[in-house]
Design a protein around this ligand. Sequence first.
Ligand SMILES: Cc1cc2nc3c(=O)[nH]c(=O)nc-3n(C[C@H](O)[C@H](O)[C@H](O)COP(=O)(O)OP(=O)(O)OC[C@H]3O[C@@H](n4cnc5c(N)ncnc54)[C@H](O)[C@@H]3O)c2cc1C
Length: 543
Amino acid sequence: MLLRSIGRVTKTPVSRHVGPPMWTRFKSSDIPKNNGNLNNDSKAVSKKETQEIGEFKVKSTSSSAAPAPLENSQVSKFMKKNTKPYIPKLKHERLTYEYPGLPNQDDFTKQSKEGKIKPIKRYTRYIPHMITAVVCVWVGYTIKVWVYPPDEGADSVELLDPESFHKFVITHKQQIDKDHYLIEIAPRFKHWQYSFYTDYSQKSIWGGDRIWSVEVKQPQIMVVRSYTPLPLYFMKSEYTRSGEREPLLKVITPNSNDYDHGGVMTLYVKKYDDGEVSKYITNKNVGDELELRGPHIEYKFPYHPLSKLHERPVFKDLPSKVEPEIYADKLKLVNNLPDYDNLTFFAAGTGIAPVLQVLMSKNPYRGFITVHYSARGPNEIEPLERFMFFLEKLDRVKFIRHYDSEQTFLTGKDILKPEPSNYLSPMRKEKIQKLNELTAEDALKLRKSILDNDNDTKVDEELEKKLEQFDKTIVHYGSAIEQAKVTSKQPKKSSSLAVVCGPDGYVDYVAGPLDKVANEQGEVKGLLGQKEWNNANTFKLSN
Ligand SMILES: Cc1cc2nc3c(=O)[nH]c(=O)nc-3n(C[C@H](O)[C@H](O)[C@H](O)COP(=O)(O)OP(=O)(O)OC[C@H]3O[C@@H](n4cnc5c(N)ncnc54)[C@H](O)[C@@H]3O)c2cc1C
């Protein structure tokens, strides 16, 4: 008790006063000697007289250690305030069990929370931003739809349209030699994919029963030129994108699951120094656009009844992966159907593109094809040689090369007389009859027979039953290569059909000129004309 009272006294400050000390100091000599007898001490203190310190009258009240009471009311008030004893808490006392407020919670938020329950979730603060973004997108879309006309072909359900141009993007460009290029293009818009499954065989552009082309537009001078797309694409990877390796050229296996590889195709283009469109195309880079219109069917192979019963297995990158053709021979036997006509294809330069298009497409032409390929040298076609080799291995085609550099030109010696056709559709019969000049009566009869025979494409029900029976006795080859080993030893019949494709001069040399004024084939002359080929078995295509 004594020590506490001592502490209280000594801590009492008299501040804001300049002048002589206004509080009596506690002296050690003032501590009563007889500890425990406080009554005696207080008496002693009370005996003390009032002292004058400076301008204040200090009156000793209780003890000499106590602060002196002051006459001056202001100061005494001040002093009183400070006489409040300091009692330190011995240990921390918890005053409330409420959670402390959030760091950014002020009185206002506290108030509003109390007044109205306002749930604040994690993403609530982003709502204004989200609303702004949605409004911006909506406004932008409205402007695009109402102010700007849609891109041609953007909403088309067809990959290609013969009437309007569709945009394609160059996705790869490979220069083969000084003036030959492979240019991979992919459709700019995807809307056509929505309708792809409805009738895949109709939608797929890759059909081996025809030769087709597309027109490429040169928009600056508004000129179009035809090109023959190939079912090829460049397989890209991280290595090709980093430039470490060249992408591998691969065959598109027509397939509805991947929309025929997303509608990709490759153009084999020769650049002419003064050629407007070829220069325009080959000067473009990856990412640039090309406008295409098509497909335009240039030539459809003659109808054969077997084509309704059986499809030839599609060509693949690896010949070992190509399925063997097990049904065709049996079907021919069962139904007493004739063989397919063999075909000779005469191609010069980029004129090889149509035959490659046919051979690499779905359900390719089934007769054996002999290709006479004329070019300046072997380099022009170098990246496509691999596929030509595989096709030969499958016993579907034979390439005979005529290079200027090797002076192995195409001559009359390379051309055989045409073999009579194995099967003549009424249409072709008419063509032949026309050549032999029909009387009006015969022509009418023939026309009638065509109409009557139009349903010869229908599959006979009995035939289907026999087919089922033969399924059980069919000899299975492991692969098309295995089968080709056997068939390649069998002698091939001469061709009954000829297709000539190349520059005007070449077509003229091989089969006589095209009648461009009348937009007709013109009489078959040249090397083929000399060997008795005619318009019923020859087709000319200027490329
Ligand atoms: C159905 C069809 C399919 C075709 N497919 C392809 C194809 O896959 N790849 C391809 O590269 N081309 C193909 N062509 C040819 C192509 O359409 C163009 O004719 C060729 O690219 C030249 O066009 P250009 O505008 O560059 O030249 P243009 O401005 O038409 O001609 C410029 C100059 O080149 C000469 N020239 C043009 N074409 C030939 C030619 N073929 N041979 C020799 N000299 C020529 C002209 O005499 C002229 O002096 C095809 C043509 C047709 C009809």
